[in-house]
Structures are given as C-alpha cells and as structure tokens.
Design a protein around this ligand. Structure first.
Ligand SMILES: Cc1ncc(COP(=O)(O)O)c(C=O)c1O
Length: 376
C-alpha cells in the first residue's frame, strides 16, 4: 500500500473509472465530462463567492503547469527556494530565460513574511513571485495568508503557487491568499493515478498573460484555460483520468470519501471535513514519532498536513523503509540531501485514520527490530 508522498493509493472505484474506454475529445460526451468538473474545482481551489478566477485541467504532469504558469508572466521573477520542488520552479524560470532571483530559505522552514517584504523592497519590483505551498521534499507547509498581505502591500507581482501536494488535503483559499496562478497534479491528495493536472488563474493573471509573447503552444496557460472554458482541450486529453477526476471530485463534495458517520453536509463542509482528517493524520504521525524519540524535520508550525518528514536520528532509514515494505507498506526515504537522514510518510488523499493506525503499528514493530540492531 502506497504511503509515499505521492503518487498515493487509489480507490478501486476510481481505478474502474480510469479503465473506461476512450471517447472522442471533440464529442458531446467530452463536453459533458468537462462540465462535471466545474462545479467542484472551485472548492478544490477554495475560491471565494463571486470569484472571477478561471479553472482548468490539462494533460500533463504538475511540472508542465509549473512551466505554463511562468510563461504567462513578465521577465522579473523572485523564486522562494526551500526544497527540491521550489528549486525546480527557480530552475525552470532560469531555463525560460527569465531574469530570476532566488530567495533561499533553510530547508525545513517556510519563508518569513518579513524576509519576503525585505526582498521585495530591496530588489523589486518583480513581475512574479514563485512559491511551493507544501514542499513535498521536506514536509514543509508555508502559511500563505501572511505572504499574501506582504504581496498586496508591495505592488504588482503575480503570485504563482505550487499546490501540488496540498490540494484536496488542505484549504488553498486561492482568492483570500491573493494567488494568481495555482496548479497541482492529481496523484497526491486528489488520490488519482498521475497524468493530468489542474490549475486556477486570476483574471488579472489572464489579462497580463494575454498581452505577453508566451512562447509555447502545448504549455500556453491562456490556451489551456480558455480551452477549458470553451470545453475544448487544446490537444487530445487523457480521457480516462478525466473520468477518474470527475468521480473523485463528485465523491469528495458528496462526503463519500469521509469515514462513515462523519457529520458534514455536501459541498464546502465535506471538503472541510476531508482537510480536518489530514490535520488529524499529521498530528497522529507527529505524536507517534515523538513516542519513539523522533522529531519532525520541519519546525512544528511548518508541519505539512499531507507529508510528514521525520528526522531519523541514528535509525537506518533503508532498514525502516524495507522493513515496512515487508509488512506491505511503502514509505519514502528522504529526498536528495535528506536521503538517509529522514523518512517521509504521505498521509494524504483517501487514506483513513484507521489505515494510518495499521501503518504505525507495523512501524512500531519495524522500529523495535531496527533500534535493537543499533545505530549505523
Ligand atoms: C510540490 C511538488 N511540486 C511539483 C512536483 C512535480 O510534479 P510532477 O511529477 O507531477 O510533474 C511534485 C512531485 O512530487 C511536488 O511534490
């Protein structure tokens, strides 16, 4: 069972949806399929009532939409880098020829509002600021509200936010957080097989992007979002995953993915109850770790609701990962430089608290053996 930080486990009902036969992408069925998504995507992105934001879906992995987001902004970019995926955002901006600067933050922390303000004041104005809201490599969630205030106070930069491992696991609050472009794959807390990605753009982003030379056909954010609005995907989409996404969004909104007996009305409350489950799974994983004398890699206020990155101390991470694999649970070693020093548990998507208890019970057994074997 997949407890890695994505892709995560997919419910059999969703796999069945993804096994449907292909349909013509210019057919009425495709139009209907796209129309099934639109009532729910605003909840996924946490749009405010009356929002003028534009939602869309594209057949690419999340990295494709990371690139698309950058194609719709001007040349001066500030990239907050606090992990592997935020570094990718920075590197993409460089490759696209942007005049990009990086604001480095210690891995394990999120950028402080004062740091961002200072940088915007000193080196601004910027056309865009990039941020990964939930760094899957370090298990850090950066609180967005204080950053949104800073950006509002400092002018016109577009706020491009990677919500890949956050969406459907925690609120995105796109409008309240002043986001201009947010994107995510579907293989994390949306709990589908990988292959398509979702995005949301502010009207201001769209207006700015239309006026620019965007230099791409397949990853043009305007083509993607206008195509979605017209129910015409620019190119042949991955229709099986559209079926999976439609069903998953409908199920989340209806409360079908909640534990039986959960008291939540369909709609926003059902999404809220799903987010609350992720928070509880985070708290439970942190208390399990502390019961073993282990700490999370991030400071507690940055702990991600979807990915717990645990400092392994003297534990042999390879032995922990393979020990759990022998029990049928797949977790991840640390990412990049954190390999061998941390391990990551992805408690996201449709995983349940009961399932988490089973994983942690197996982890108890594994740690007993690994600890007895002694430090490396
Ligand atoms: C935070 C974050 N951003 C971007 C990506 C890249 O996503 P993809 O592999 O779907 O392109 C990932 C993948 O794990 C991620 O965790």
């Amino acid at each position: 069972m997949l407890w890695i930080p994505g892709p995560t486990e997919v419910r059999p009902e969703l796999l069945a949806e993804c096994a449907r036969a292909a349909i013509g992408h210019r057919s009425p069925q495709m139009r209907e399929l796209i129309e099934r998504l639109d009532p729910h995507l605003p909840w996924a992105f946490g749009l405010s009532a009356g929002s003028d934001a534009h939602v869309g879906v594209h057949s690419t992995s999340a990295s494709g939409l990371m690139e698309a987001s950058l194609r719709g902004v001007g040349p001066r970019v500030l990239s907050v880098v606090n992990g592997a995926f935020s570094r990718r955002f920075f590197q993409m901006a460089e490759l696209l020829g942007k005049d990009v600067e990086r604001l480095d933050v210690a891995w394990g922390a999120g950028v402080e509002p004062a740091e961002l303000a200072e940088r915007l004041e000193r080196d601004g104005p910027f056309d865009a600021v990039t941020l990964v809201a939930n760094e899957t490599s370090t298990g850090v969630r950066t609180p967005l509200a204080p950053l949104a205030n800073v950006l509002r106070e400092h002018g016109r930069a577009m706020f491009l936010v990677d919500v890949v491992s956050l969406i459907a696991g925690a609120p995105v609050d796109f409008d309240a957080h002043g986001i201009d472009f947010a994107f995510a794959g579907v293989q994390k807390a949306l709990a589908l097989p990988p292959g398509i990605a979702v995005c949301c753009a502010s009207d201001r982003y769209m207006a700015g992007a239309r006026a620019l030379e965007r230099g791409s056909w397949a990853l043009d954010p305007v083509r993607i979002l206008e195509g979605h609005a017209a129910r015409k995907t620019p190119a042949t989409p991955c229709t099986p995953l559209y079926y999976g996404l439609a069903r998953q969004l409908e199920d989340i909104s209806a409360g079908v993915t909640l534990a039986p007996g959960t008291d939540a009305a369909p709609g926003a409350a059902a999404w809220g109850a799903r987010f609350a489950r992720h928070e509880r799974m985070q708290a439970r994983t942190a208390s399990w770790a502390s019961g073993h004398g282990l700490e999370l890699f991030p400071a507690p206020r940055f702990a991600s609701p979807t990915v717990s990155c645990v400092n392994a101390g003297s534990l042999d991470v390879g032995a922990v990962v393979s020990g759990l694999a022998a029990h049928g649970f797949s977790i991840s070693n640390g990412y990049g430089d954190l390999k061998g020093k941390t391990f990551r548990i992805g408690h996201m998507g449709d995983h349940t608290e009961k399932g988490l208890e089973e994983l942690l019970a197996a982890a108890d057994e594994v740690l007993e053996v690994v600890s007895v074997a002694g430090p490396r």
